[in-house]
Design a protein around this ligand. Structure first.
Ligand SMILES: [Zn+2]
Length: 237
């Protein structure tokens, strides 16, 4: 640790290196996982995201050249490298590079203990395997207890968007969302259903309609078949 900046010292080979190498060195030094669907915002220093965008744009430009596209005379692709870099870092994959949106929990003062369902929330993601879109609809069921925290309804979509705006695998995405909501809300029960279309199956490969539904049930939803049935019936209607 540098006592003046609080920054962890970087290994010599990462000093003065490209931003991605510096960020990676910090992650490795901290023993943190940095898979495609992990958030790494706390390892990116102020101003470094702009430098990372420059680096991604340069690499994207190199990729376009490797694909033998004449970006000098083709007016359509002239700014593509920069547009894609911005899109990855600040839009489609922002859930990796930006911190979670601010969400204020408040205590369950009214002692609500009825099943509450939020949805359908439209979710947009990309598959980790091909980086092509996954578009889906998400439902979240919460059974609060007296000790639970609550959050505003709109916050569920903001949290879901943050989790989904990463290269994802559908099963892992719902797991990450469930873990986060459980930690923040401490509900008696939590249920999530995600129904999504995978464009990697429609646009390429078998070119078949590919639809995937998965669900997660925790706490009271695991214990009570009645509660599960009530949730799934409300989702279907
Ligand atoms: Zn795919």
């Amino acid at each position: 640790m540098d006592p003046t900046t609080g920054a962890t010292a970087l290994p010599a080979e990462a000093q003065g290196a490209e931003p991605s190498a510096r960020i990676r060195a910090r992650l490795v030094a901290a023993g943190k996982r940095f898979h495609a669907n992990d958030n790494i915002a706390e390892f990116i220093r102020d101003g470094e995201l702009a430098a990372l965008e420059d680096e991604v744009a340069a690499r994207m430009q190199a990729l376009l050249e490797t694909l033998v596209i004449d970006t000098d005379s083709d007016h359509n692709t002239r700014g593509t490298a920069r547009r894609v870099a911005r899109m990855f870092l600040h839009e489609t994959f922002k859930g990796r590079y930006h911190a979670m949106p601010a969400v204020t929990e408040f205590p369950n003062a009214e002692r609500l203990n009825e099943l509450m369902i939020v949805g359908p929330i439209t979710v947009r993601s990309a598959c980790s395997h091909h980086l092509v879109p996954i578009l889906g609809r998400l439902w979240i069921g919460v059974l609060p207890s007296e000790g639970s925290n609550l959050i505003g309804l709109s916050k569920y979509s903001r949290i879901a968007d943050w989790i989904m705006s990463r290269p994802q695998i559908q099963e892992e995405a719902v797991m990450q969302l469930a873990d986060l909501l459980e930690a923040r809300l401490a509900p008696d029960g939590l249920a999530i259903v995600l129904d999504a279309d995978h464009f990697c199956m429609q646009w390429r490969g078998v070119k078949d309609e590919s639809h995937m539904v998965n669900s997660i049930m925790r706490g009271a939803f695991l214990k009570s078949a009645e509660l599960r049935k009530e949730f799934l019936q409300l989702v279907r209607s």
